[in-house]
Every structure is written in C-alpha cells, then in structure tokens.
Design a protein around this ligand. Structure first.
Ligand code: UN1
Length: 509
C-alpha cells in the first residue's frame, strides 16, 4: 500500500522553517553544508559548516566552562537539564516535525524520539541527586575507605542520522548532570534538528543561569569528528554509528589514552520457539524489522524460527508485509517512511543480489516505491528473505529493512546461530516456556547487551543501559549506571586515628 501523496520540497522547506521559527532557531545559512529531506531526496537549505578553527574554539571554550561546571553542585546542574526537559515538552511537535523532515521517521516514531529525550532528562534530573559512591570496609583501625565520583571533562558526542536527537540527549543530559561539558558533531544528514536541540539547551542555560558554553554544536563533516577524536582535551568520545567508524575512532582515542564509548552496528536476532504466541510475535517482529524503515541500530535483522512453526509464521509475516503502508511519513496511516538516501537503497539492493546468489529466496517485498513521484528519494518495501544458513551477507549489518529468516531444530542450535555474528547489540526470544526464556537470558544464552523475552529487539526504554558487545563496541549509554562512563572515580583513604598503620600488615620504620 502507498499512502497519501508526498509533500513537495517547497512545502517541506516551509514546514521546517515554521518549526525552526517556533523553536526560535536562526538558521546559519551558507553553502558548505546541505540540509536535505529524504521525503523527496531534495535540498532544503545551504548551511554554514564549522571550520577547523571553530572546532578548536569550541573545544577550548567547553574546556573553560568545564572548570566552572565541575564545581557547580550536581543538583544545580540538574536544574539545567530539568529546564531542557520542559522546553522539549513545549516544542515536542515542532521537534518531531524536524525529525520527520530530516530523518524520514513516521509521525509516531518521531514523537517517540522526542519523548525519549524528555524521559532521559527526567532520569538525569533524578540522577543529579544521586551519583552515588560507596564506603568500603577498611582493614585498618581508624580509617575510612571511600569511592568518590568526579566530573570527567569535555565529552565529544558524534551521533548518527537515525536517532538524530535522542542519542544526543542520552549523552548530553547525563554528561551535564555528571559535571561534564559537551561538544556535539551530529550527522551531516540532520543539521536542522541539531540546531534546534542546541538552541533549546542554550535557552535552558540562559533561563537557569548556567554557562552558555557547557555545550557547543559543530555542523560539519568527518574532519570535525576527527579533531574531537584526536584532541587530548576531549576526555571522552561517545560515538554512535557504523562498526567501520568505530574501528577508526576507538584506536585513535586509545592512542592518546582518552576514553571512548562506542555504540556501533547491530545484527539483531529473535528466536521464535514452538510455544510462542504468534498473535503477539507477529506484530512485534514486523515493528522491529520494518519500523523506522529498518534503520535502527536495534532493528531486527535475523529471525531464527523453530522448524515446526516456520510455515505458519512465514505465512502471517508475508501477509503483514504485503499490507504495510509505505510512503509519506506525515500521513498518520503510513508505517514505513523513506530510507535516508538512494545510497542506502543501493546498499540494500546489493545485499539482496548477494544473498540471492548465495541461495536466499525473497518471500515478500523488496520493490522500490514512489520512484516516479520522488526520483531522488528512496522508498522501498521492507523485505523478507528465507536463507538456509548464515552466509557472509547475513552476518553483515545492512542498514535497511531486510529480515533474513532461518530455521532451527534445537534451542542450543538456535542460540549458536544467534551468537554466530560479529555484532552483539540486541536480541529476543518469543516463547511461553520459562526454561527456554531463562536459558536465553543466562550466561550461556544471548551474548548481546540487550536480551528480551516476548518483545522485539528495538524500542528500548531509557531506564536500562543501552549498548552491546563485540563489534557493537562495548559502550553503555542512557540509564542504569551508564553515567559512570561520564565520570572518573577516586578512591579515598582517610586516616582519622593518630597512628600510621600500613595495609597488608607491612611494617616500616
Ligand atoms: C539507535 O538505533 O541508535 O532501542 C538507538 C531503540 C531506541 C534507540 C535506538 N530506543 O530502538
């Protein structure tokens, strides 16, 4: 199905201008960078890009601001994030519009992304009155042993197009309450939503009297990111994107003994056991695989189905895939918007050609849509592909709505298949058998950073830590104790006796 006609580029440009105006953003027009929309694939505005000197200045000023911010009491730092959360609530609709215009998300997912930002702000405000260290039992009389958490420094945030605002907020809301300052290099695909986020944070800072330079936005290309990666004043580089990008960033930051927090590719799978409730599993699978047009890190890319239920499940999925409304993401009935670019569509077609050469059979979908109405855009039917084994293309992450379907006979075999990919972000099992569910969640089960039961791989709540293992990079962002990555700990030994006693029973003098 195809939804209502696409808006024109002129209409989208006008809508973007209205949203930006409502939020209060002055667009820094120029010709170095292009804001564009995947809805038509066309150019919206020319923008000014950050130079090397701008980047240098941003690092220097956020470093200076850090020296003030680190001694501001954490609950006062929380006030800044509380105000940001209020402003996000006020401008939720306009921000969601920008996410749709620049990232192509359907309305409900764009609103969901802004909600995710509001949620992390609430979380971070609570955190600002916690940031707990521990007291540890000392082996020496009259001594206190304790752990204290201190701010780390400037955090460089490098983010991707697919969660252009939420991933920034996970990092920034937490970093700010931790006493850090932030320099942000967003995706080149999403400058407008980035300008809006930066503007609202600047307004929040002004409203609560926080230093303006706790945050700087740098619109630019990979050279800007490279400068953040190599500068020793950037204490932590938090980078979200491809494994290829992470392979470059991680070693470069490590070479200067900086810290990195990497959230890279996923190749997420769900096991569907014979006892699974298919009425629950089918919509969960379709959302996880086709939602956001397959462009989440957490998108479901492999389905590992017990042989006994493969036929009925495939039949139901095929039925659901052929009915997916594809097209204008501003239309409330649309479920699948465009891919970010025709390059992404080419990569999808390349993967499909390869998998078919390796024996894969397309079960549903895969055709391009709206090519006549919008030749520069990349609308596609999500695709379901039956594969007999995990060939190299199945083991790679293609950032597009391709779901590979495999079958299994025993749970051990399913878990082995599940873990036999380089990536380790998100995973799930659909089963009503508690033993199977617990095995999947155990140390011998899923090797991912996220493991779910009877819910898909995508759409995590902010309260948990987010991230994964292996080629996913090992970082943890968002909730739980991910804040510890944004701080440094100090172990304190305090002798409140009048005696010198040495640990481990050492005697000296
Ligand atoms: C991402 O795709 O980089 O769990 C982030 C999810 C979202 C975040 C995804 N809450 O799908």
């Amino acid at each position: 199905m195809t939804s209502t006609p696409l808006p024109t580029t002129d209409e989208l440009r006008a809508r973007a201008r209205t949203s930006l105006r409502n939020i209060g953003v002055d667009v820094p027009e120029g010709d170095a960078l292009h804001a564009r929309t995947p809805l038509t694939g066309e150019h919206l505005f020319g923008l000014r890009a950050a130079t090397g000197a701008d980047t240098e200045e941003a690092i220097a000023t956020t470093r200076t601001a850090f020296l003030i911010w680190r001694t501001t009491p954490a609950p006062c730092r929380g006030e800044l994030v509380r105000r940001l959360g209020e402003l996000l609530r006020v401008h939720k609709g306009d921000l969601a519009d920008l996410v749709t215009i620049e990232a192509g998300k359907i309305r409900s997912e764009a609103l969901g992304e802004i909600q995710e930002m509001i949620d992390i702000c609430d979380f971070a405000v609570g955190l600002s009155r916690q940031l707990y260290g521990r007291t540890i039992a000392s082996e020496r009389p009259g001594h206190r042993l304790a752990e204290t958490w201190h701010p780390l420094g400037v955090v460089g945030v490098i983010s991707a197009f697919n969660f252009p605002a939420a991933v920034w907020s996970w990092n920034t809301a937490v970093a700010l309450v931790c006493g850090d300052t932030v320099v942000w290099k967003p995706s080149e695909f999403t400058p407008l939503i980035s300008l809006a986020c930066d503007h609202l944070l600047a307004r929040a800072a002004e409203d609560v009297g926080a230093p303006r330079d706790v945050h700087r936005l740098l619109l630019g290309d990979r050279a800007v990111g490279g400068q953040l990666v190599d500068d020793p004043r950037v204490a932590l580089v938090s980078a979200t994107g491809s494994t290829r990008m992470g392979r470059e960033v991680g070693p470069r930051v490590a070479a200067r003994f900086g810290r990195s927090l990497l959230e890279l590719g996923g190749n997420n799978a769900a096991i569907v056991a014979p006892s699974a409730d298919l009425d629950l599993a089918v919509p969960a699978i379709v959302f996880a695989a086709a939602g956001t047009a397959g462009q989440r890190c957490t998108t479901l890319r492999r389905l590992i189905v017990h042989r006994d239920i493969a036929d009925p499940l495939i039949e139901r999925l095929t039925g659901a895939y052929t009915k997916l409304p594809i097209g204008n993401p501003f239309d409330d009935t649309t479920l699948v918007g465009p891919l970010i670019s025709t390059t992404a569509l080419d990569a999808m077609h390349h993967a499909l050609t390869r998998v078919q050469a390796q024996g894969g059979k397309i079960l549903a979908g895969g055709n391009r849509r709206l090519a006549e109405a919008a030749p520069a855009a990349a609308y596609t039917e999500p695709v379901l592909v039956r594969v007999a084994e995990q060939t190299d293309v199945v083991r790679e992450e293609t950032f597009a709505p391709i779901l590979y379907v495999l079958t299994y006979d025993t749970l051990d075999e399913a878990i082995a298949l599940h873990n036999d990919v380089p990536q380790g972000l998100s995973s799930s099992i659909f089963t009503r058998d508690q033993q199977e569910a617990e095995i999947f969640l155990s140390a011998a089960g899923s090797d991912c950073g996220i493991a779910n039961v009877n819910i898909g791989t995508s759409g995590a709540e902010i309260g948990g830590a987010f991230g994964g293992e292996k080629d996913t990079g090992g970082g943890r962002e968002s909730g739980s104790d991910a804040w510890k990555s944004y701080m440094r700990s100090a172990t304190n030994t305090v002798n409140y006796s009048s005696e010198l006693s040495l640990a481990q029973g050492v005697s000296f003098l």
